[in-house]
Each structure stands twice: as C-alpha cells, then as structure tokens.
Write a protein that binds this ligand. Sequence first.
Ligand SMILES: Nc1ncnc2c1ncn2[C@@H]1O[C@H](COP(=O)(O)OP(=O)(O)O[C@H]2O[C@H](CO)[C@@H](O)[C@H](O)[C@H]2O)[C@@H](O)[C@H]1O
Length: 487
Amino acid sequence: MLTLVTEEISIMEIIHVSAECYPMAKAGGLGDVVGALPKYQNELGHVAKVVMPMYRTKFLYQNEWELVHEGGQALGSEWFKYSVIKEKTNKLGFDLYLVDINGKLDRERIYGYEDDTERFIAFQLAVCDWIGRWQHRPDVIHCHDHHTGLIPFMARHAYAFRYQLGNVPTVFTIHNGEYQGQFGWDKYYYLPAYDTWNWGLLDWNDAINPMASAIKCAWKVTTVSPSYMDELKHSANGLQNLFEYEKGKCQGIINGIDTEVWNPQTDGFIAKNYDTEAVTPGKEKNKKELAAQFGLDPEKPLITFIGRLVGEKAADLLPDAISQSIYQYQGKANFLILGSGEPEIEHQLDAMKNRFKGYFNAYIGYNEGLSHLLYAGSDFLLMPSRVEPCGLNQLYALRYGTVPVVRNIGGLKDTVVDFGDQGGFGIKMEQSSVGDIAYSVGRAIDLYSNKRDLYAAMRGRMMTIDHGWDMSAKQYLQVYESLQPKQ
Ligand SMILES: Nc1ncnc2c1ncn2[C@@H]1O[C@H](COP(=O)(O)OP(=O)(O)O[C@H]2O[C@H](CO)[C@@H](O)[C@H](O)[C@H]2O)[C@@H](O)[C@H]1O
C-alpha cells in the first residue's frame, strides 16, 4: 500500500480505468472528465493515474513513451500478449498508461467495431493482471462506464485476481446509463474463471451486463450529477430496480470542467481571446469568423448545437424544430450544428443546408477545434436532451458567455437557472419536444433583440460562475477515503 500518512492528509494512489481520456482519445464527455479529474486530484496532493487502451491516435504518435510491463492473458481459448507503456513527460498532469493488445486495441477509432465486447474484456483482463503484479496495491481502482464495468467483479471474484485485488476498493462512475455493454451468456467463456454460483453478479435479464455487474460489485457507485442519480431510479434503460436496490452505495457528484483547456482568455482554437470585460467584442469577432465560414449573418443571434446526433440528445427533433423556428420567427435567428451520429439525422441536417441557406448550416463530423470556436462565437447553445447525466457543453457555454438553452433534466437541471428566476442566466424547457424547442428559441430571440441590458448582465454573471474541478475532485477523494481500511 502506497498510502503515506502526513500530518494533514493521507496520500492516496488512484488508478482511473477508462476507454477515453482527452487528449489521447475522446468521443464525448467521458474523455473530458477522465482527462481532467486526475490532474486536479494530483493538485490536491494525491497520486492519480489513468490507464486506457492504446488506440492508434495522433497523440500516440506525437508523444514519447516507455515500456513498463509486458504480460499475457487468456481470452477464452485465445492467449493474447499485452504491453503497457507510459507517457514519458507527465505533460498531462498525471501519468498516462496505455495497454496495447495486437489485433484488439490497435485501431484508429475507440468504439464501433463488431468485436468491441472481446476488445474491452481483453483490455480489462490486461488491466487486472498488470495491477495485480504491482509490488504494492493502489488505494482505489476507479472505473468509468461499462467498458470497464467488469473490473469490480473480476477483482473480487476471478481466481486469477482476487488474492491480489480482492481487497482493493473499486469505484464505478456512470457517465451514461443508456449504454450498458450487455452481451449473451454464450460469450461467458471470455471471462476469467470464478465460482460459478456468483453468476448472478454478472447477470441482468438473462445477459451478461457489465454496467449492472459494476453496480452490484463496485464498493461505491457514483454518477455525474445528483439529479441524474435520482432519475436513474425511475428510468435507467431497464436497470431502475437495481438502482433502487443499491441506492445506499450510490452518490451523485457533478462534473467540473478543465479551466485550463476551456478558457476564452487563452484558448488557441478561437479567433479572438476575451475575458468578462471584453466579452462583447470578443464574441463578435468569433461569431464573424463562424458566419464567414458557414455563410451566416453575424447580425442575427446565433443558436448552435454541439454533440452526438442521437435520440438521447434529442437530435432527431432538431430538423423539425429548426425549420419551424425559422418559419415562425421569419428567419430572425441563425442556426449552426456540429455533430455526428445516426445517419438518418445526419442526412436530414445535410439536406437542410440548401433549403435554409443563409439561415442554417451544419458541420457533420467531429472537430475539436471548431467546437471551441462555436462555444466562443455563439450567442445561445441548444441542449434539448432527453437524458443528460451531467452535460459539459452547458458548462463550457457558460464559461464562454454563451447562454445555455436546456431541458430541465439531469445535470442540466443542477447547473442552469432560467433567466426568469432570481439570479438566472439560461433558458429552460420542460420537455424534449419540437414545440418546447421552438418556444425557447423565441425567448432567446426576444432576449437578444429586446432585452440587451439583461442579456449583457447575464453574460457577465455566468462567465464568473466557478465550475472548476476543485469541489468535485474533493468529493471523489472523500468517497475514496470512506472506503479505506480504518487505521
Ligand atoms: N462533433 C463534435 N465535435 C467536437 N466536439 C464534440 C462533438 N460532439 C461532442 N463534442 C464534445 O464532446 C463533449 C460532449 O460532452 P457531454 O458531456 O455533453 O456529452 P456526452 O454525452 O458525450 O457525455 C456523457 O458523459 C459526460 C461526462 O460525464 C456527461 O457530462 C454527459 O451528460 C454524458 O452523456 C464536449 O466536450 C463536446 O464539445
């Protein structure tokens, strides 16, 4: 055990296990969180590290690595070799370890392959084997989302790991309960041997469900906002009863944002840097840049959407809601979308580009730099999500002086106050519906065109709200501390 007891704090060693970590690999908010939280935990005096798969991304080739371990594991009847490499310079503010497994993890993309189940089981086997061979034990293994959801079970119950890892506390954080990684029992042989009477710890509805297993087996379960934690007891893609049953070990901790990466004063991706004093000219310049790139009118309010084009984000409602808003408000606002996802939604948005030339445009794809420019150059950011565990976009929007237009749900409920309420700074809608979105667009246009003073005051206020990681990083540390053996 590496725990060193100083006068004030007992230093903990935390190993985060995740499929994503910015800037090595990011598909969404999970990458942002795992790329930031460990840095802040280190700043608080602890030793936080990240281990993730070695995809073939730009970051891999642009940095220097050293080999720290080589090993092997059985995945069913297949024996695979793995190696673990570590980034040499600690440039991210934490040690980043990558697990390489030839034929499984050596791919360009993170997800979306037919053999994702096998890929991530192999990754989890390698991680357990590697950590189990350390000279000491970490104080916590912190797993993120279903790709790492079998680790709490494996650590405690697999013959191969339980003697080394059975007493190491595991924390499981749910960034998105919709995706659970379930697969059929016909693939049971990929898992390491365990006492078969424990099969129920893997099962949910006659399938092996990594997310359900993690909720059952992790020592503590967290999700990324208190409201989402409550909602999961009623709506969790089939796991509601499990959340109700396990509520005693569940806790909601709101995400923070990396204020070094997301800072309009220093952001290298945007056309002009600005602070609260220079917000109006700063945002105008960034909006002009966007308007020029996308053929829009910089005089009109710019309403944008950034994110995965999936039902959970209510992206399927965007084509109708935007068309209706353009007609209903006689083209008084411009719309811009950055996202990728379901082909049908991508296709519809693409088709709208010509129909609403000068009023609407879309960039279908993933573009990190452009997302920063959108946060900086937009006046409003739309998030009509059906489900939103925390949401980071609205927090970035606030920091860049962009008014969030959000559904009153999950983390959006916890972080945005409607401008109609005392001290408010956003626009909230109750339902994910075309009507609610169009109505909220109307409120946004009215605020922008007729309530300029209020709009300016809101902007100043929201940019100074502290959504940094300090508070939340401390809450996670309290969780870990509560799991340590009593001295
Ligand atoms: N096409 C694109 N181009 C560039 N950047 C893009 C992009 N599409 C998305 N992004 C970026 O990806 C991130 C999305 O983060 P969110 O937290 O809003 O959603 P996500 O659903 O991925 O995360 C899940 O996990 C996070 C983290 O816990 C929770 O906040 C959230 O509610 C939950 O659904 C932001 O940084 C955004 O800018």
